[in-house]
Design a binder for this molecule. Structure first.
Ligand SMILES: Nc1ncnc2c1ncn2[C@@H]1O[C@H](COP(=O)(O)OP(=O)(O)OP(=O)(O)O)[C@@H](O)[C@H]1O
Ligand SMILES: [Mg+2]
Length: 211
């Protein structure tokens, strides 16, 4: 029992350290690098990700040195796809909703000072109706395990998806190449990713992709 709790806290400590180190790395990327990464990510997306016509795509607005998605969003709009952004659930405060994002959407800052569309229930897309969900992450490993910022928002929101093996949305993590680590200490609730796109690579793990 004592050994277990010691292991548990050690794991939590390692996860915390990885977050600190990788966040430091990506926050050090300069403007020129970020601009190039944003453009490369967009091109890599077009090359590797095939979308149905008028696809519903969940994505995020970049924060904390994350790979920028602004160009990708412009591209999705141009191709007549529907873009959805995460909104923290107003009642639970622990899950994410996905709301339509358009050029003229009214935005407001959430509790983390991240912009999200002002809640409008008629513009919420049930998660299973998204074709693709592009997810932020702090670190990923050789097996497609994902470490987020530590809020558990994506894990909680996707828990049912993971248990029930829904076929959509297809989950794709977005990251800078420098966010890859050897092996992440994972927890039972961590939802692994079947695919990760970086500015230079497209990783896929067919065994974790529940079709
Ligand atoms: N499915 C779940 N049900 C209940 N609590 C959960 C679930 N998933 C995660 N949590 C809680 O959220 C906390 C943070 O989880 P974790 O460290 O995995 O976050 P993360 O994956 O880094 O964040 P995010 O999912 O927001 O990217 C954990 O302490 C855990 O208790
Ligand atoms: Mg997690």
């Amino acid at each position: 029992m004592k050994k277990n709790s010691c292991y548990k806290s050690n794991k939590a400590h390692i996860r915390k350290e990885i977050r600190v180190e990788v966040r430091k790395l990506r926050n050090r990327l300069d403007e020129k690098f970020q601009t190039q990464a944003e453009s490369d990510l967009s091109m890599n997306f077009t090359q590797h990700v095939k979308l149905p016509k008028n696809a519903a795509v969940g994505v995020y607005l970049p924060n904390d040195g994350e790979v920028r998605t602004n160009l990708l969003i412009q591209q999705l709009w141009k191709e007549n796809h529907l873009v959805y952004l995460p909104v923290i659930h107003p009642f639970s405060g622990t899950h994410l909703l996905f709301q339509k994002y358009e050029k003229n959407s009214t935005m407001k800052e959430n509790r983390y000072a991240i912009l999200e569309p002002k809640l409008n229930c008629s513009e919420i897309c049930p998660i299973s109706q998204l074709d693709i969900l592009l997810m932020p992450l702090v670190a990923f490993d050789d097996s497609g395990n994902r470490l987020g910022m530590g809020g558990g928002y994506y894990d909680r929101t996707l828990a049912t998806y993971y248990e029930k093996s829904w076929s959509t949305p297809k989950l794709i993590g977005l990251a800078h190449d420098c966010q890859k680590v050897g092996e992440l200490p994972i927890e039972a609730w961590d939802v692994p990713l079947p695919a990760i796109l970086t500015p230079t690579k497209f990783y896929q793990w067919p065994s974790t992709h529940k079709d």
